[in-house]
Design a protein around this ligand. Structure first.
Ligand SMILES: *[C@@H]1O[C@H](CO)[C@@H](O)[C@H](O)[C@H]1NC(C)=O
Ligand SMILES: *[C@@H]1O[C@H](CO)[C@@H](O)[C@H](O)[C@H]1NC(C)=O
Ligand SMILES: *[C@@H]1O[C@H](CO)[C@@H](O)[C@H](O)[C@H]1NC(C)=O
Length: 350
């Protein structure tokens, strides 16, 4: 009697286990890879992507991120970051306890920093070609490969951060792309991104973190025509579709990976922005209005005319604003998004 009860229980447990195993694996996701060497000082961070991650790669002559008031909160002067202060790369580096890596285009000024990795991200870039002189993701990976082959970068304990914030979609629309064709185009973006991520892994990077799209329909460039009162939900839906395909692509990459089913992870910027924006809405009625606002469509944040007159207005305290300019969050927002992400980052990186 006891015995048969016992085996019945065992059977039940087994059935439970078999039924829930796939789900549990899903939930565990990538909770337990040890990455980045025993000591954080061994870790190297390689960064790819656009203005959410660029810390100075865009040339001064073309980038407003090198003019005032960019950088006014930190370090109180422009540094090529599209923010009043730090951008996501800086927060992610601090999480890994490494210095924010030197921008590729400034590498000759920072040989001592090569140990921390390198930042290849360029404002305005996409998976595909965007503005003509800006290196796309493929070119950024070429640059990393070149630095690895030259022996400048060592990929032991290396982590890649890939930040793609939506420039491909901006250009798709600019070139006359329709809403109807957007789904197909999204698939194209994700397919190319998947190839790029696999290539980063094949070159030898140990762990690759990829951001999903935030609620880009809430960016001031989309909400301006609603007097910053509400987000463009059609655009947010498009971002959600991108994120769904991205999650599927990463799952496939992990399944196909030679030895690490947790080599690729998603950083949920969508969730981070949503949660931070919700908090912001409680504090301010006009939370979607950017701190630094151009006076007309002919200008942008940082523009001055021939007489050096400012062609933008500035809020009194960027620390209280959600968006910095028409496309980018403030340092305070990145900080709040980072706080949201910390628990999940802790499970992804030990
Ligand atoms: C990226 O840019 C390079 C150089 O302009 C170009 O040859 C390549 O086809 C581009 N890659 C993609 C995926 O668009
Ligand atoms: C990478 O790590 C391995 C194993 O710890 C070590 O043998 C090798 O010398 C390291 N390579 C470099 C370039 O530091
Ligand atoms: C939302 O943005 C899309 C893409 O720019 C545009 O086609 C659409 O008209 C916008 N929706 C509203 C309500 O303005």
């Amino acid at each position: 009697m006891m015995r048969s009860d016992g085996s019945f229980l065992l059977l039940l447990i087994l059935q439970f286990w078999l039924a829930y195993l796939p789900m549990m694996i899903d939930q565990v996701e990538c909770g337990s890879t040890i990455i980045g060497g025993r000591y954080s000082s061994d870790r190297r961070l390689l960064v790819f992507g656009d203005s959410y991650a660029d810390t100075g790669n865009l040339p001064r002559i073309i980038a407003r991120s090198w003019s005032e008031p960019y950088g006014m909160t930190f370090p109180k002067k422009p540094t090529g970051r599209f923010s009043d202060g730090r951008v996501f790369t800086d927060f992610f580096a601090s999480f890994l306890q490494v210095r924010s890596p030197i921008p590729y285009s400034l590498r000759k000024y920072g040989k001592k920093l090569f140990h921390y990795g390198m930042n290849f991200a360029v404002g305005g870039s996409g998976v595909f070609q965007t503005f003509f002189i800006i290196s796309n993701l493929t070119t950024q990976i070429d640059q990393m490969e070149e630095q690895v082959n030259l022996g400048v970068i060592n990929l032991n304990s290396s982590i890649a951060l890939v930040v793609i914030a939506g420039n491909d979609y901006y250009f798709y629309q600019n070139e006359g792309g329709t809403m109807k064709g957007l789904g197909k185009f999204t698939e194209k973006v994700i397919n190319q991104l998947k190839l790029d991520l696999k290539r980063i892994r094949d070159i030898g990077v140990e762990k690759i973190a990829v951001t999903n799209l935030d609620e880009i329909g809430c960016l001031p460039s989309f909400t301006k025509k609603f007097s910053y009162r509400h987000c463009n939900e059609t655009v947010n839906k498009a971002a959600t579709y991108h994120n769904k395909l991205l999650a599927e692509a990463l799952k496939e990459l992990n399944m196909e990976d030679r030895d690490n089913t947790c080599a690729f992870v998603v950083i949920d910027l969508f969730g981070g922005f949503k949660s931070s924006l919700k908090q912001g809405r409680k504090k301010s009625k006009n939370i979607l209005k950017p701190c630094c606002e151009a006076m007309s469509d002919d200008y942008s944040c940082g523009s001055v005319d021939w007489n050096d007159q400012k062609k933008y207005s500035l809020c009194s305290n960027p620390e209280e604003a959600f968006y910095w300019d028409s496309e980018h969050p403030t340092q305070a927002t990145w900080n709040s998004v980072y706080d949201f992400l910390k628990p999940s980052l802790k499970t992804m990186f030990h």
